[in-house]
Design a protein around this ligand. Sequence first.
Ligand code: SAM
Length: 482
Amino acid sequence: MSSIKHYQELQGSDSSEVRVSAPVYAAEDLFKGAVPRASFLNIDFTVSSISSTGLTLSVPEGLCVTEIRTAQTLELKQGGETFFECKVVIAGGTPDKTELRVLFDERGIDINQIARKNSMALARAKAKSKKPTITYKVPMEYKVYCTEVLDYIADQRQFIESHIAPYEDGLSEVETHELCGQLEESSKAGWSDIWFRGNDLVLPFIDDAKAKQDLKTFTERLVTRELVGGRNWHRSYFKPMGYPGDFQIMNYMYDHRPEGTSIYSRYLHILGLISGRPIVSRMEYISEALDRLNDQEDKSDLYHVMSIGSGPAREVQRFLETTYQSGEGYSFTLVDQEKQALDYAITTAYRSLTPSQSNVIVSGMHTSFTEMLRPMSTFRHIPQQHLIYSAGLLDYLNPALSRRLCAKLYDYLRPGGTLLIGNVNDAANGTYWPMEFILDWTLYFRNREQMLDMSAGCKGADVEIDMDESGAVYMLKVTKPA
Ligand SMILES: C[S@@+](CC[C@H](N)C(=O)[O-])C[C@H]1O[C@@H](n2cnc3c(N)ncnc32)[C@H](O)[C@@H]1O
């Protein structure tokens, strides 16, 4: 992956668009970081995006491009070679004049063909230059560390190849399961130690974008490449839904099954499950908060609970299966922009109930949390809530948006109600190295101060910061005075 991106910039982060036109690709993504230059009207431009109908060009500073009505030739160049030529017309510029939009004069331009031609030109330029293409700098200590990570994995791979793979096809399901249990047992401590060392090496660069990018590039080229042989690493890195943290990834962690097509791929998946343990302990923390709802002095016949970015809502399922008996009622409102996640969450929650447990309602709101921030939001009719929580969503939001959302959620609480926000932290035993560096899963790994900052707009609240059992997730607890 070429550059660090926040969730809101990723394709698939917002599924609420109604009008759909030809997909537009960031040039960085389509050309995999090797963006060609565009030569047009004898000016050299950077291509910023491309679609099958045209291109957006970044206008060099201080330059003013006048509108020309007739079609002009535009050339795309890589390594000084023109590899594509076509006629374009100017469609206009952005109001700040920093970008110029040009449309292909001909219809049916195949942008994949342009990408292919760009690659060919790149290969020709590389062959000609005979220079190494590595341009990033990584401390030697980190290079040695990544080699040790690979060596750690190779040790188990060698064992599997020599002693297990030859008999793998004959293993029964029970034997496979037992074997995977042993692989997990033998790796838990070692793999955790090794990834915590990764945190020690990269945490000093948390605010240094360039150094971080170089460390990421190196990690992805070496470590990610090996680990994506495991299903959970593969899905988390390649993000088939267009964004990280989709409900299937979450379910891999919650189901904790050694998935894979070979023992080695299952082993890699198991390493992912070990690193993903904080996802599970965060869910358990919230499930226990649900257990405690009826311990409060202020009893209720019906507890209103809302989850923002609910995903599969496994904490609801866990609560209903393990603790809930009957008596008081619960009304769960699950908010998620992903319809499949809501379908899954609602179905599994209801399946956890016995026929006599009829005073539980689980409903979904298929919308973005941003809907809550609108003045005439559809949420204005919901009853005041006893508990509102969000786990694994505010980690994607910048400080200003997090503060705004927390203040709005706080408004929706009834007196005495609690807002609970789970957010990954910057602890040495946290998930910073595997998520950001192996998986290109960019989040705000918040410290205590940054957690507290999220509650800045919650007037009069009692604010606390707690931690999940893994120590990798902070829980911000904001209680409204009764
Ligand atoms: C990392 S997952 C966490 C899911 C769940 N809370 C858990 O801990 O298992 C983030 C969830 O937020 C949802 N989400 C992402 N952007 C959203 C948005 N703008 N509004 C509502 N939900 C969103 C995703 O679909 C996904 O289910």
